[in-house]
Each structure stands twice: as C-alpha cells, then as structure tokens.
Ligand binder design. Structure first.
Ligand code: 5GP
Ligand code: MG
Length: 185
C-alpha cells in the first residue's frame, strides 16, 4: 500500500472484475449501434482505457476536459473544454465517461453541452458513484462501484494532481488533505 493512504477501498483485481461486469452490460446496450465514447479528462483516462478494451462493439473515442475549482476535496466552479469538433458529435449517440459522480455538476453540464452540439443521445458511465453528495438530480446509466462520502484517490483520481497512477483506489490520510484552497480535478 502507498504510504500516503489510510486504507485501500478497491484492489486492482476488484476493479478489473468490476469493469468486466460493467463492460458486459455496456456492450449489450450498444449491440448493433454505432456510438462514441466521450471521456472526461483527466480523471477518467485510466478507467476509459480499461473499459473500451473490454468492449467488442465498433466505437469511436473523443475527449473533453473539465476542471472544477473549489478546495481540494469538494467541487466548485466548472470549466469545460469541448475538444471534439461539432462534426464528431452531431447526430451521434454518446457514452459519456467520468471517474466519479459526486455533486453531479460535471456530468450534468458536460452532457448539456454535448446535446447542445447536436448529439442525439448521451448516456453516462462512471467508475465511482458517491450518491450522498449529490446536488444536481442526475444518475449514471452505468457505474462500477458506489462509495461513501470520503475523498478517494488512485486509478485516475487525483489529489492536487498526484496519485492518478495508483492501480487501486484508496482513502488518503486526513492530515494530507487539510489546509488546501484550490484544486483542478
Ligand atoms: P462533481 O461535478 O460530480 O461534483 O464532481 C466530479 C469531479 O470531482 C470528478 O470528476 C472528480 O474529479 C472530482 N471528485 C469528486 N469526488 C472526488 C473524490 O473523492 N476524489 C477525487 N480524487 N476526486 C473527486
Ligand atoms: Mg475529474
């Protein structure tokens, strides 16, 4: 275990088994349907790479970047960079993928922006779901695990830019998340 972590929540093998289960669900829903997987950077980069490699369906990939400014463990104002051209979105069915659904602001606003640019359908898929913190009424169509109201890192999820490369998910020692003012997620 990493020395900055208090404990591990999901091991690498638990995560991969969870994604195996999820990919069966996703591939059934999109069976015979053309679609584009849109990953929200940076947090979902590891998850989306493991997910798409388990989907046998023909698919395209696109990326958007979302960054929220708040303190290091809660989200505040949202800044969205829509990287795909309108021609990549218009008339397409999209599967929007994020690392964690927390207050719901990121998924809600990115979904709205994609629909505004002509997507015909946007389904949502998250690695983690933290329902206790929801502010906007939005649920993911697909999710791997539910978590309690705790700040987690690893498997794409960062704290101040670090820990994304950990192959497992854990809880950071509380003394490491005090006294922060601003974070990009
Ligand atoms: P929302 O917009 O739903 O409040 O927040 C979504 C974003 O907040 C996620 O994409 C993620 O970057 C960040 N976030 C929310 N909860 C956590 C957490 O427990 N750990 C980390 N590392 N990031 C989180
Ligand atoms: Mg993020």
């Amino acid at each position: 275990m990493h020395r900055d972590l208090e404990r591990i929540l999901f091991s690498e093998s638990e995560i991969l088994a969870g994604i195996d289960r999820l990919s069966v669900e996703v591939s059934e829903v999109y069976s015979g349907v053309e679609f584009t997987v849109v990953a929200i950077l940076k947090g979902s980069c590891i998850f989306v790479a493991d997910l798409v490699r388990r989907l046998p369906n023909p698919l395209e990939m696109a990326f958007v970047a979302a960054r929220s400014y708040g303190d290091h463990t809660t989200s505040g104002e949202l800044d969205i960079d829509l990287l795909p051209a309108e021609s990549e979105l218009s008339g397409r069915r999209l599967l929007l993928v994020d690392d964690i659904l927390d207050t719901g602001r990121t998924l809600f606003h990115v979904r709205t922006a994609l629909l505004d640019r002509g997507a015909t359908e946007v389904r949502t898929c998250v690695f983690l779901d933290k329902p206790a913190r929801r502010v906007i009424d939005i649920e993911a169509d697909f999710r791997v695990f539910e978590v309690e109201d705790q700040f987690v890192v690893g498997y794409g999820l960062d704290h101040a830019g670090r820990y994304r490369n950990l192959p497992f998910v854990g809880i950071l020692r509380p003394e490491l998340i005090e006294g922060d003012q601003e974070a990009g997620r």
